[in-house]
Write a protein that binds this ligand. Sequence first.
Ligand SMILES: [Zn+2]
Length: 321
Amino acid sequence: MLEMFGRKYRINPQTLRVEQAKLPVKQRILAGVIIGLFIAGTAVGMRVIYDQHAKSPRLSHYEKKNMELREAYRHLSLDLLEDEELLAEFRRRDDRLYRSLFGMDPIPSSIREAGTGGAVMYSALHSISNPDMVIDVFDRVDKVLMKARIQSSSFEYLEEAARHNQQLLACKPQIQPISPADPYWLTSTFGYRTDPFTMMRRLHHGIDLAGPYGLNIHATGEGVVKIAEHSRWGYGNEVFIDHGFGYTSRYAHLQDLMVKPGDKVKRGQVIGTLGSSGRSTGPHLHYEITHYGRALDPMHFYFEELTPEEYNLISSRAAVE
Ligand SMILES: [Zn+2]
């Protein structure tokens, strides 16, 4: 056996030629495994280096998409902030302005905040990477929707209340039955007085307004004429109007009746003329207002700030309609 250039040689006893010495089988397998591991290790190492320094086109594509989505969510989140602020403003106006205008209580927070999804509903979203932002946006969109629905129904309710209020304002007997431009004076107020016929103290259920015969008498609110005839009870020629909302008004001792039962009348409309029919000591209007059957002092129902011009405007409008 001789060694040359680091390789082992031996003489083959059969051929008597110098041949390269072969390693034993065990050592050859070991060498094979070591070489194999080395090649595999190198490959893995190169792959890692490649991945770290040069991304695959597909990876960069998804990373770009991911960034775009994040940006989109950020924008969505900002837009939502505006919606939320707008809703909060609606809510403030609803509670402070509209609801107080109609004497209604604000909608309690428990109702306004109720029924929104919560974390459980978004459990499916937890499987995506970085779910917080997405869940936050979903949650807020849900809340905005719910609050918008509640706000919408609140506005519907307010609209209804406004309509009701408007109607009430139109119907409630709220002007003087004689124009302030006409000559008349108050001769008897509401309350207890001595009856001019029986000389007994009794409740006077209305007010008496004296003036010349033939003065126009106006309906003091919108309503339906229930009675327009000569009364058996001393009221003389009377008009009785049902204004709805529990209100009625009576105009007694009239000279002429200018409406008939079933007529719809507007505020300011002329319904008759001043006279002295029935139990009357002189030309005057006896005017009564009741609310659910209870007599009220008509003096409390006047629009005191109403000028003769405004009054004329109301009655001329009623005449047109
Ligand atoms: Zn009277």
